[in-house]
Design a protein around this ligand. Sequence first.
Ligand code: SF4
Ligand code: SF4
Length: 352
Amino acid sequence: METKYLNVWKNELDICIRCGYCFEKCPVFGVLNWESDTPRGKAILAYGLLSGEIEPSQELADKFFQCTFCRECLGSCSADVKLIDLFSAARADMITAGFAHDAHKYMVESVKKTGNIFNDSELKAPVSEGETTVYLGCQYLGRGNLTKTYLNILEKLGIKPRVKEEICCGFPFMALGFRDEFEEHRKKFLEMFPEEDIIALCPTCAAFLEEEYGKKVRHVMEVIAERVPEAKLGGKVTYHDPCDFSRELGLIDEPREILEKIGVEVVEMPRNKKDSSCCGGGGGILMSDAELSGRIADGRIREAVATGAEMLVTPCPTCEKVLKEASMALNKEGENNIPVRNICQLIWKAIK
Ligand code: SF4
Ligand code: SF4
């Protein structure tokens, strides 16, 4: 089989010395416990695919799909192997070979048809004239109340948000391996969002707009951190660092500073900041393997409950959704759980 996308990463596969440092904290390995589920295992499978020793199959494709793209392994690899790029390329070659996951195919088709991942052509952005373009992203587009809250916060802090008709940033195409389809989407996206400077609400969109389109992106949390006034909201929360937010965008202090400024105490989970553990919702596994996603989320929500905080807050709509479901599952089992909220809800309550 021709491995068009993996070929580019041959050097990376040669650099990997198979030492295994990368898999200790991999959330997928933490749940499934098989070598083939580790980043090293996946790198070996990718090598086999590239060298022709392993034939493409659905089983192999499913191994590459079992990754949350949490970036944890990148920080543990002393050889600096670009594991996420490798897995993304392997996924793209598997798609070309005809082994897409049905749920992923549906999501990409939805974006092509309606512009968003929910296959909902009725979903419309709250378009407004303003000075600074704010990009919502599908997850916030689908959650009007949270979006409104962020826009209210920005206005209160003296920024006039300009909201336009939306289209998905295209991350699902690249993350799930649909590279050829992405080229068409990229053109559409750039026609709708030619501007250089953008404030993004979603951490994953923010990282993707920067990486893929070279935009100058500020995540809304950075903007809020600069302008939020002091308040005395009170309460004790634990803060969940979304993977793209802390490990890729390096936004670690900003949300904590905001919480401190509005008078909220933060109690940390054992794994936090750059070492935060994944919520289980990324990389497409929420659609292709909901059970695995739920088991990863269960581990994270238990860490949050153990802090004794009154609430878990996070700026990522996906983390929020996944952890909320994990918390509700604990409740159903009669175990202690914890309310999960988007951080914007606390900020707005403090400054409105
Ligand atoms: S990816 Fe890095 S850490 Fe993992 S086995 Fe290869 S060299 Fe070691
Ligand atoms: S990105 Fe996360 S889930 Fe994927 S292999 Fe690396 S540590 Fe595991």
